[in-house]
Write a protein that binds this ligand. Sequence first.
Ligand code: CU
Length: 143
Amino acid sequence: MHRRALLLAAAFAAATIPAACSSDDNDTATAGDRITVQMTDNAYSPTSFDVKKGETVTFEFVNEGRMTHEAYIGDEGAQEDHATEMMGDDGHSMDMGGDDTVTVEPGETATMTHTFDETGTVIIGCHQPGHWESGMKAMVNVG
Ligand SMILES: [Cu+2]
């Protein structure tokens, strides 16, 4: 299940990242305690990370774009739910913890700390209007 989701997500990301943005889309960062992630309009760089199960990582998001960007961390289903919530659908009553979302204004830097308790793939997605749809996401491979 996780593997299938990973493959689908990876294929989606590869197909939708604008080639003009950067030439190092496939960089895989090896996680330490702190990972710096660049935000541009509309992409993260790098777009994939490897972390160890149980590891607590502080992401430092640097917005180098001209638009506001967001980083929401969660699995594919959570991303879809979050996208729905951003559109104002009241049908969901899920508890959106504030710790897993950060909004970064242009030129600003913000940090988010997350502990990866389960193996599998976790996604960082931007849910500013149209960004998720245009492929603004990064994969965290927890193993
Ligand atoms: Cu964005």
